[in-house]
Ligand binder design. Structure first.
Ligand code: KG4
Ligand code: ZN
Length: 339
């Protein structure tokens, strides 16, 4: 069973091909990072136009890399939400065209669910035989702690009340002049900084429940930089990056591990673009070892947006007999639980 997955929800035009749900055959990402960098963030109209230019060559390359033809495929999967409306439309239009031309089933995939399900390409199906999986999905637009029950249902345990983690990384990086995208820039800068150089707050850390708040941390970083500036104290950017990163990582690890302990979850899954962060991965790895819990995280390349995750999630839907027809529409606000 060969499924092609198309991802155009934000600024990566990406196409992946997955065989029999678990095997990655190809994964091609045409990144628009350079295009958006001069604007300091993703410009929706620019993204949609760039997707239009890149989509067909990216599909061709994914097929060539997999050594496959359109006629070898069993379904066309595409992200239908959440994401930028204009950007999503390009992928969905391309997928509909392909499905119509090949007479293959069309499968609309939930981008957030795909971030979680891509783990199966490197780790096999998640083991839910001994209890639920607690997952943290952290991307540019989402930060949620989720329980995946053995019957496949998902329940959101908590979420950010304000900024998503990726958004906080991107905003602070912009403030520090580290450029776009901010997450990888802070990750890099932090490596030569001291995480205890600045004492930034860990909002809501001690409050019960699993909700998070990240905008107060962001304001605290801005206030600290203003204070240093007013005092004429030179700022060592790597120290600020490392201290900010440590605080935001602390909040995510603490809340997720608390949820895992409360639910008696034997597995913790980390997913989404921010899951590429080296310190977040390191701290989760250590926390899971200490708690005697399995830790599952995709390779950094499969954490940030890619087509393989759409193909993986689409394969699961195809196997479950859940396909769409050509009337399927994009849904920029698609919630995590829906297909
Ligand atoms: O999942 P993703 O690729 O796109 C969305 O669905 O939003 O996530 C993008 C986010 C951006 O905010 C980016 O700065 C962040 O993931 N990110 C990182 C790292 N790599 C990507 N954040 C922290 N550290 C990283 N290494
Ligand atoms: Zn994403």
């Amino acid at each position: 069973m060969l499924v092609l997955g198309i991802e155009t929800s934000c600024d990566e035009t990406a196409v992946g091909i997955v065989e029999d749900r678990l095997h990655l055959r190809s994964d091609v990402v045409a990144s628009q990072v350079a295009l958006h960098a001069r604007f300091g963030g993703v410009v929706p109209e620019v993204a949609a136009r760039a997707h239009l230019d890149a989509i067909l060559p990216t599909i061709d390359r994914a097929l060539a890399d997999a050594g496959a033809q359109l006629t070898d495929l069993d379904a066309i999967a595409v992200t239908r939400g959440p994401g930028l409306a204009g950007a999503l439309l390009v992928g969905v239009a391309a997928a509909k065209g392909l499905a119509l031309a090949t007479d293959l089933p069309l499968i609309g995939v939930n981008h957030l669910r795909a971030h979680l399900e891509v783990a199966q390409l490197e780790h096999g199906d998640l083991d839910v035989s001994d209890g639920p999986v607690v997952a943290l999905v952290v991307s540019g637009g989402h930060t949620s702690i989720i329980a995946l029950a053995p019957d496949g249902t998902m329940r959101e345990l908590g979420a950010t009340l304000d900024d998503a983690a990726g958004e906080a990384f991107d905003k602070i990086a912009r403030y520090l002049g580290l450029g776009f995208p901010g997450g990888p820039a802070i990750d890099r800068a932090a490596r030569s900084g001291r995480a205890d150089a600045h004492d930034f707050p860990r909002p809501m850390l001690d409050e019960p429940g699993y909700d998070l708040s990240l905008s107060g941390l962001k304001s605290a970083v801005v206030r600290e930089l203003d204070r240093l500036d007013a005092a004429g104290t030179p700022v060592h950017l790597p120290d600020v990056a490392a201290s900010f990163q440590e605080a935001i990582v602390d909040v995510q690890v603490t809340k997720t591990m608390r949820a895992a302990a409360d639910l008696g979850a034997p597995t913790v899954l980390l997913a989404g673009g921010v899951a590429a962060n080296s310190r977040l991965r390191e701290r989760f790895d250590a926390a899971c070892r200490a708690a005697g819990v399995r830790f599952v995280v995709p390779s950094p390349r499969l954490c940030t947006d890619n087509g393989a995750m759409v193909a993986a999630s689409g394969s699961n839907m195809l196997a479950a007999g859940r396909v769409h027809d050509l009337a399927m529409e994009v849904d920029p606000g698609l919630p995590l639980g829906s297909a």
